[in-house]
Design a protein. Structure first.
Length: 177
């Protein structure tokens, strides 16, 4: 027997589905909403991690939403390899004036982006994470950025830092044998 909770869930589901269908950035994905006891569930596929993150924030801010469960795959229309993902990540980083590419770079492995280098501030690190998450095919962003020292020390290049990290990983693998 339907009750007030069911009526509220149905009304909220309609409101969420309308938002999904009318949102300029999300409507092309044909995402589907469901609401059970105030928990909003959305399923489907999006192109970028940033879209998933923005949707989560938007839903969490809606009145009456108790929790948000996203069953979204991050995928692209065509095949995209790590090299192409990394190229798009670098384009997004370069487009952000608050990220200095002389000190911040990225490497992509199976859709996971590893930010490497040195950030001048926590704000620059957050900007780099947000920018990287906008690229198509990114399923996760892991920051390995270090804080930039203020002692005037000439930092290593991104390639040198990545080289050290790869070599340290290899040394750790050898030590585990």
């Amino acid at each position: 027997m339907p009750g007030k909770s069911d009526d509220r869930d149905t009304a909220m589901q309609q409101k969420v589905q309308q938002m999904l269908d009318n949102d300029q950035d999300l409507r092309g994905y044909a995402l589907k909403a469901n609401v059970i006891d105030g928990e909003v569930q959305v399923s489907g596929v999006v192109d970028a991690l940033a879209e998933q993150n923005r949707l989560r924030e938007k839903l969490a801010g809606m009145p009456g939403v108790k929790s948000v469960e996203l069953d979204l795959a991050v995928s692209t229309d065509g095949a995209i390899n790590d090299s192409a993902v990394n190229m798009e990540v670098m384009e997004e980083l370069e487009a952000n004036p608050r990220v200095n590419l002389r000190h911040v770079g990225a490497k992509t492995v199976d859709g996971t982006v590893f930010l490497v280098g040195r950030a001048a501030s926590p704000e620059e690190e957050q900007e780099a994470i947000a920018s990287a998450s906008k690229a198509r095919g990114v399923i996760k962003v892991v920051s390995q950025l270090k804080s930039k020292p203020d002692d005037g020390y000439d930092e290593e290049s991104i390639e040198e830092i990545f080289h050290h990290q790869v070599n340290n990983d290899r040394e750790n693998d050898v030590l585990r044998i």
